[in-house]
Ligand binder design. Sequence first.
Ligand SMILES: [Zn+2]
Length: 497
Amino acid sequence: MNVFVASLATETNTFSPVYTDIHSFRESFYAAPGEHPDTPTLCSAPFIACRELIRAEGWSLVEGTATWAEPGGLVNRQTYEQLRDEILAQLRAAMPVQGVILGLHGAMVADGYLDCEGDLLERVRAIVGPDVTIAAEFDPHSHLTEKRFNNCDLMVAFKEFPHVDFLDRAYDLVRLAVRHMKGEIIPTKAMFDCRMIEVLPTSREPMRSFVDRLQQLEQQPGVLTISVIHGFMAGDVPEMGTRVLVITDNDPARATQLADTLGMELYSFRGTTRPPYLAPVDAVQEVISSPHQPVVLADVWDNPGGGVAGDATLLLRALLDAGVNDAAVGTIWDPMAVRFCLAAGEGAVIKLRFGGKSCDNGGAPVDAWVEIKRTVREAVQDFGESVVPMGDAVWIRLQGTEMDIILNSNRAQAFSPTLFSNMGIDPLSKPILLIKSTNHFYDAFSRISQHIVYCDAGAPYPSNPKTNDYRHLSRPIWPIVEHPHAAASTVISEVST
Ligand SMILES: [Zn+2]
């Protein structure tokens, strides 16, 4: 047996001005064939699972390219075609193969391609023919399109958000692919369109129990795998939204029944899954009156992990307007201001314009006299076991205050308090920590803070589906319409073998 593995991934916020090109991939993660490291990245975990499981079978494994770009705006057309064709050429050279295993994200959109992963999978199928196993891993913040559904034998998405299980799910996928190549299973798939879009953290109810139950169902005989595609509301594509995918072993009726039942249950959770988000004025009042120190103020919708720039100034201004004069802010993405500060040097006091440059709704730039407290080349922060680059960074202090702000040059959400301590700021010494992240910050920051306030500043992430200017979304979904299943002519459920 001969198996091919490759990975091509990013998450495209089609509303973001931070366009994605070949440099975005090369800067974030690019491993040429044979050069993938021993540690997995979010979307290349199938490489690690294949190295162990395919080789354990005594089969040969051909590794293609693995690459990932930080979430951002639309992918440049030439960039997508170049990376796609590079992987397809590697596959052709590896033929004949009995299996193709891909690490995808599932929310990539390129200029001219509303469904990049569907396009890639369709071309892979055309090369290998109908009898070769095609298996792909996805991030749940993706779009489950019919083209992907029809061109894959096996699909597995991460179950957890935060995505702590991406490596475990890669092993699930490759184990199933091995069984399929051996002829031990006949995957029968069904997907249910929940006709909604919602934020579905699995660290809290009701999603926590739902995911636990999916894993129990997977232990039942004949049930191979169950995935929830949460959907990604910042991707304006026809099939955007929440879907349930069930794959059974040669039992299409069971797949359909489970997908329908679980899908409608998931639909019933709409509006109940998020932590409470406060408006800026209320959030700032709650922070100011908190008895705890430090209190964390999370700017959930200026999260570069969702493809926005991360240079909004709305909450910094809200703090200043409320008279706050002691807080730490991490981070504001502004490569130009960082460059000015590096040139001015530590200890200099300069008039600086920073933040607020990438879009028209994230707040205006801040103009202030600042003291440059610290400059760090190639700054980093921790995220679990991994180290996240922040690029060149500077710690500035607004003159006449104790407002300490980190400016950085690589877009990065706030993952852990090391983003402050690595720059020389003791996070425990500050009453307020203003950070930009939706959910991934929670684990590390909750260890140093007893009080976390989530703030919905309304921008720049397109967080309100009712007002987002969707041009490609092709069907009624909640919350844009109140009763999407009534409005739909049929409940979409589909089985292929
Ligand atoms: Zn995700």
